[in-house]
Write a protein that binds this ligand. Structure first.
Ligand code: NAP
Length: 245
């Protein structure tokens, strides 16, 4: 029970990678708070994936007041927060390229949710973790943060920002006993990618298959746990070898 006694908050925890993180962290002994756009969906995910005693709350990560309210509710219910996994995110491949067709609205929305949302969540997470003497923050970028991806301009920029921000925050937070690590998933089969896998499937993938949500979730659970106690400011590629190839 790697996460016995830990209180873990997962944003975007009602779907895809976040849902798997919630489930696997609960199986590893953690108490889970699922934060997602819709309250009923978040609560249902917490109950169905994790069981009784786990909670769900409405939270839009792109709105600071919504994030702060979500954290306050979880702290009140659990008495503190030990780990946070940032899974909320969007991509809009149909409007995110080529560059001359990327609208201001697409750019602003993707940056607001993926990058500014990660900032709001991490700011609240550090404040909460200072109150309990430390913790672990996991951010979720993407292989595109390192490699770029043709005609995914705003998404690549947002994820590159998440990666750099995570490193900067990890350096700042080392002395606070707060670790910060960034996972870069490759292509994972989730509702986000289902509609577009047909053309975004990578041609070079050493491990020979696409990723599954649990491939990311197990890495996130390890990074939340004390088993990774000397790991901070790391960029963890969980991509089947895609970025290397
Ligand atoms: P997903 O299945 O679409 O799940 C994302 C969840 O975040 C959904 O429940 C979504 O709600 C929620 N969400 C969207 N905007 C939000 C907001 N403003 N505030 C709070 N929650 C919000 O996507 P996924 O594939 O699991 O992706 C999870 C993370 O991994 C994302 O950051 C994504 O960029 C990253 N990632 C995914 C892949 C991949 O191949 N799947 C690869 C690299 C990185 P709705 O469904 O209601 O919109």
């Amino acid at each position: 029970m790697m996460l016995e006694g830990k209180r873990v908050l997962v944003t975007g925890g009602a779907s895809g990678i976040g849902a798997s993180v919630a489930q696997i962290c609960a199986e590893a002994g953690a108490r889970i708070a699922v934060l997602d756009l819709d309250e009923a969906t978040a609560s249902a995910a917490a109950r169905q994936l994790c069981g009784a005693g786990h909670l769900g709350y409405a939270c839009d990560v792109s709105i600071a007041a919504s994030v702060d309210a979500g954290f306050a509710a979880v702290e009140q219910a659990f008495g503190g927060i030990d780990a946070v996994v940032n899974c909320a995110g969007i991509w809009r491949p149909s409007s995110d390229g080529p560059i001359t067709r990327v609208t201001d609205e697409t750019w602003d929305k993707i940056i607001a949710v993926n990058l500014t949302g990660t900032f709001y969540v991490c700011r609240a997470a550090v404040a909460a973790m200072e109150r309990v003497g430390g913790g672990s923050i996991v951010t979720v970028a993407s292989v595109v943060a390192v490699t770029g991806w043709e005609k995914l301009n705003a998404y690549s920029a947002s994820k590159g920002g998440v990666l750099s921000f995570s490193r900067a925050l990890a350096i700042e937070c080392g002395s606070k006993n707060i670790r910060v690590n960034c996972i870069c998933p490759g292509v994972i089969e989730t509702p986000m990618t289902q509609k577009t896998l047909a053309y975004s499937k990578p041609t070079v993938l050493p491990i020979g298959r696409l990723g599954r949500p649990e491939d990311i979730a197990r890495t996130a659970a390890f990074l939340c746990s004390d088993w990774s106690s000397f790991t901070t400011a790391s960029t963890v590629m969980v991509d089947g070898g895609f970025s290397a190839a």
